[in-house]
Design a protein around this ligand. Structure first.
Ligand code: IVH
Length: 662
């Protein structure tokens, strides 16, 4: 039996590695997140039951182990130097001229790659296994961040290679959307926001608690392959391809360039696409492709002569804050926004910048009349980086006590960063909730944009989202700039939205903390809106990823009378309240059959059964070949014996909870 568990573990690990590579590196998943999570939990349970079989390269080890006391310093295998910069086309041509002269007329080509704006890290491997990760530090010595780096999904923990030892250097970055999520989460917790994705990637890699790194979803892009501190191939392009074959993520935005013309064209094309990548780049790195030529070109004290960083213009500009106003969001949160003297920032005219909340205003010490530094990053709303000069007649901004939209009371709850309008009928909140409900990816009501929603709400035609389903053609025709054709179209789109599946409806309700993913999990776990609405916090927490905070928020939403009334009207409108791909397919224990025996330390067998079922599993009374797991407590008898005979894995309570994800 020991043998079969070992095999099962090995097979699961291999399968998980394959799916991680498909998902994180190739961006081509073959299974759903839930299926992946279920496999991880299977493996976790087996490893908890057989701790002797646990190895550091197991996919389960990405969740982050024990915190550390401090970081140990490690010397680099060869210096991690920086690059010289070219700030414009002329300087790029100067660089190319120097390369040409030093190579004395020999032909050469370049490899151009995007310059990722994160922090560099070296990862060392021995016998195909990830062993050590070191930050750049001062270039000759960095910090050992191995345990944290292990949580980065795009860093393979095991690779197929004939190289007994090698090192991969690359950039650790945080995707824009993960950065935004992180800041939203921090804001909810009353913590200060991170300034930009690079700082937050650095902060996330250099924490003493690996589980924090794990939660931050960092990415590692490889750009250098070294053996004993030296390039492993004769061509840089080849080494990029080799790393890709080994399973590393190498940035796809790269090209070979025959000369400076092609090189500059690549720089320009990347600059144009800068906003669409989903992560920050601050330029293009050009490297001479041939390693023998790189050797001949050599290094200065600071940087290689065979490479250059073509820097894009800064995305920061100075301008004056002319006013500070507040915007009201769908949860009633009041967001202060700086109205700026319009300024051109790398291709875009900026006249608004978010100030997020009161704490942020205090942190920046910004007032009306100040000159500030504005930064644009990705396609997100520009932000104020700092005050450059205080205005002579500067004027302090105070969060209004009354909502500027409806006059309702504004309150800032203890431990929250946001001030909120408490009036749930506030038209500004209502408009935002209708827009969210109708948004693409939610209920997908095409055509239901700002202008239309403003009119519908201002004329009292829509007082909550259920009203959308009672709108008539004549009502639409009574609106400004609305012809028969578009009115009919919108009605059709509303009509069609009735059939949107439950996860979208749940997301559309705008329950705080319930976004797309949580809505999906809830629908998968409970299969039905009424069960979710009726559930207590404990039951809700049986769903994967739902903790006390989210559970409480859901419970509170459905406890409110007007929300219950809203749900009834949506039911009457024929919206989808049940979920097909429900429990059996969706939950983390989907497809698994459990038998429970003996006395469990902290719960009754009934409770264990309920938990298993809530997570999509089944329970039966007797152990057979079809049993996936036996959950055994104290004084387990014949069932335990039978499980051993049949090779059915045995879990204790802890392992069961791990499997469910608790
Ligand atoms: S090559 C000697 N390639 O830019 C070669 N660096 O100023 C050094 N960086 O510290 C690195 N993307 O953190 C290289 N595709 C890329 C890069 C890249 C970002 C960073 C790296 C380095 C800094 C150099």
């Amino acid at each position: 039996m020991g043998h079969s568990v070992q095999e099962k573990i090995a097979a699961l690990r291999e399968e998980l590695r394959r799916h991680e590579h498909l998902y994180y590196v190739l961006d081509r998943p073959e299974i759903s997140d839930l299926e992946y999570d279920a496999m991880i939990r299977d493996l976790q349970a087996l490893e908890t039951a057989h701790p002797d079989l646990l190895t550091p390269d197991s996919p389960t080890q990405r969740v982050g182990g024990k915190p550390r006391e401090g970081f140990v310093k490690v010397r680099h295998s060869s210096a991690m130097l920086s690059l010289d910069n070219a700030l414009n086309e002329g300087e790029l041509r100067d660089f190319d001229r120097r390369v040409g002269e030093l190579l004395q007329g020999e032909p050469y080509t370049y490899v151009a790659e995007v310059k990722l704006d994160g922090l560099s890290m070296a990862a060392r491997f021995e016998d195909g296994l990830f062993r050590l990760a070191v930050t750049r530090g001062d270039g000759s010595e960095g910090e050992d961040v191995t345990d944290n780096a292990r949580t980065i999904r795009t860093l393979p923990l095991r690779v197929e290679t004939h190289l007994p030892r090698f090192e991969v250097r690359g950039e650790v970055v945080m995707l824009q959307r993960h950065f935004d999520q992180l800041n939203e989460e921090r804001e909810r917790q009353g913590l200060p926001r991170y300034v930009n994705p690079r700082n937050s990637a650095a902060g996330s890699l250099r924490v003493l608690e690996p589980s924090i790194t794990a939660s931050r979803k960092l990415e590692f892009f490889a750009y250098l392959l070294l053996v004993d501190g030296k390039p492993a191939f004769d061509s840089h392009w080849e080494s990029l391809r080799a790393m890709e074959r080994m399973g590393f993520k190498v940035n796809p935005n790269r090209a070979r360039a025959a000369g400076v013309e092609e090189l500059f064209a690549f720089c320009q094309s990347m600059e144009a696409r800068r906003d669409d990548l989903g992560y920050e780049i601050d330029g293009v790195v050009a490297k001479v492709d041939s390693i023998p030529q790189q050797d001949r070109l050599g290094w200065t004290a600071k940087a290689p002569r065979w490479a250059i960083a073509f820097k894009f213009p800064a995305r920061q500009e100075e301008t004056v804050v002319e006013n500070i106003v507040v915007q009201v969001g769908r949860t009633g949160a009041l967001t202060p926004v700086a109205k700026l003297k319009p300024v051109f920032v790398s291709g875009v005219t900026v006249s608004n910048a978010t100030l997020h909340n009161e704490d942020e205003i205090q942190r920046l010490d910004v007032q009306i009349g100040d000159t500030v530094l504005i930064e644009r990053s990705g396609d997100v709303i520009p932000k104020v980086v700092k005050v450059v000069r205080q205005g002579a007649a500067r004027r302090k901004f105070d969060m209004p006590k009354q909502c500027p939209q409806c006059g309702g009371d504004v309150v800032r709850a203890e431990g929250e960063a946001a001030s909120r309008c408490l009036n749930s009928n506030c038209p500004a909140r209502l408009k935002e909730s209708v827009l969210h409900f109708a948004a693409r990816g939610v209920m997908d009501i095409d055509g239901m944009g700002d202008v239309l929603v403003d009119q519908l709400v201002d004329r009292g035609l829509v007082k909550n989202i259920a009203d959308l389903y009672e709108l008539t053609l004549n009502q639409f025709l009574s609106l400004e700039r609305m012809g028969e054709k578009s009115a009919t179209k919108i009605l059709q789109n509303i009509e069609r939205s009735r059939r949107q599946p439950l996860p979208r409806l749940l997301n559309g309700l705008g329950i705080p903390f319930v976004g797309e993913r949580t809505a999906q999990i809830l629908a998968d776990t409970f299969g039905d809106l009424d069960r979710i609405a009726a559930a207590g916090v404990d039951t809700l927490q049986a769903a994967n990823e739902v903790g006390p905070k989210v559970g409480e928020s859901i419970r509170r939403f459905f406890a409110e009378e007007h929300n219950r009334a809203l749900v009834e009207r949506l039911r009457a409108a024929g919206l989808t309240f049940t979920h097909q791909a429900s429990r059996v397919e969706g939950g983390p224990l989907a497809g698994k059959v459990f038998v429970i025996t003996g006395t469990l330390p902290s719960m009754s067998r009934e409770e264990a059964k309920a938990k298993i079922e809530a997570a999509g599993g089944k329970t039966t009374d007797s152990v057979s070949r079809k049993t996936s797991y036996l959950v055994a407590g104290e004084d387990a008898g014949s069932k335990l014996k039978k499980a051993h005979t049949l090779g059915v894995p045995v879990l204790d309570e802890e392992a069961l909870l791990a499997l469910i994800g608790q």
